[in-house]
Design a protein around this ligand. Structure first.
Ligand SMILES: Nc1ncnc2c1ncn2[C@@H]1O[C@H](COP(=O)(O)OP(=O)(O)OP(=O)(O)O)[C@@H](O)[C@H]1O
Ligand SMILES: [Mg+2]
Length: 217
């Protein structure tokens, strides 16, 4: 039985995932709720090593299928070592990217078959499905511009063309249409505060359950 809640942030590079995850986490912690921040690829020692391979701009020869398998391998380690144990102990897990990143980037971005990507991710997610996925929907191009303005170096995936990021952004919306109840699509072309307020509103149902349980405990 999973006692915690699994909340995932998705969106193109620079859409504000990390910013919003921290704003949400701060607020939940102020309410006295147990929160864990984590990210994919990464979140574990093994996953961070795989992240290094994936994002290194020097690795231009990496083929899409190897790329997809590396993301899945990092995810398998992350789910087993970090996410499932945290959920079992009642923690609210705020995760920067999950399975939908693989479907959006390797599927809609690179053109790999979505069914194939779902199959290779079966052993990775091990049946774990987010309670809610927040998609930060953002006009393409500006996301990478935001990262450049921040002064952070641009990684291997971020170096892809604007049209790639556009396919990814549109792909997220297509994924959400398959199961609308599990997603909240938020317009990320606004101030951090507005986006944060919408995220809090989207989480009301999920968080209501957990605070009720905490009050009973
Ligand atoms: N609503 C916003 N308006 C303007 N700038 C923003 C907004 N949200 C975040 N930023 C800035 O844009 C940059 C990218 O934000 P952030 O790192 O949160 O995005 P991300 O989705 O996590 O990106 P990545 O995919 O690269 O991890 C940062 O410099 C951040 O300060
Ligand atoms: Mg980020």
């Amino acid at each position: 039985m999973m006692k915690g809640k699994f909340i995932v942030f998705e969106g193109i590079d620079g859409s504000g995932k990390t910013t919003q995850l921290k704003l949400l986490g701060d607020q939940l912690q102020q309410q006295g709720l147990p929160v864990l921040y984590t990210r994919e690829p990464g979140g574990t020692r093994i996953g961070d090593a795989i992240r290094g391979i994936l994002l290194n701009p020097a690795h231009s020869e990496l083929v899409p299928r190897a790329e997809a398998l590396l993301y899945a391998a990092a995810r398998a380690q992350h789910v087993a070592q970090v996410v499932k144990p945290a959920l079992a102990s009642g923690t609210i897990v705020l995760c920067d990217r999950f399975l939908d990143s693989s479907l959006a980037y390797q599927g809609f971005g690179r053109g790999m078959d979505i069914g194939l990507l779902e199959s290779i991710n079966e052993p990775a997610t091990d049946g774990l499905v987010p309670d809610l996925t927040i998609i930060l929907s953002f006009f393409t191009g500006d996301g990478i511009d935001r990262i450049k303005r921040s002064g952070r170096p641009i990684d291997r995936i971020e170096r892809e063309a604007g049209t790639f990021h556009m396919r990814v952004g549109a792909g997220y919306l297509t994924l959400a249409q398959r199961d609308p109840g599990r997603y909240s699509i938020i317009n990320a072309n606004r101030s951090e505060e507005w986006v944060h307020n919408d995220i809090m509103a989207a989480l009301e149902g999920v968080l209501g359950e957990i605070s009720q349980r905490n009050n009973r405990a």
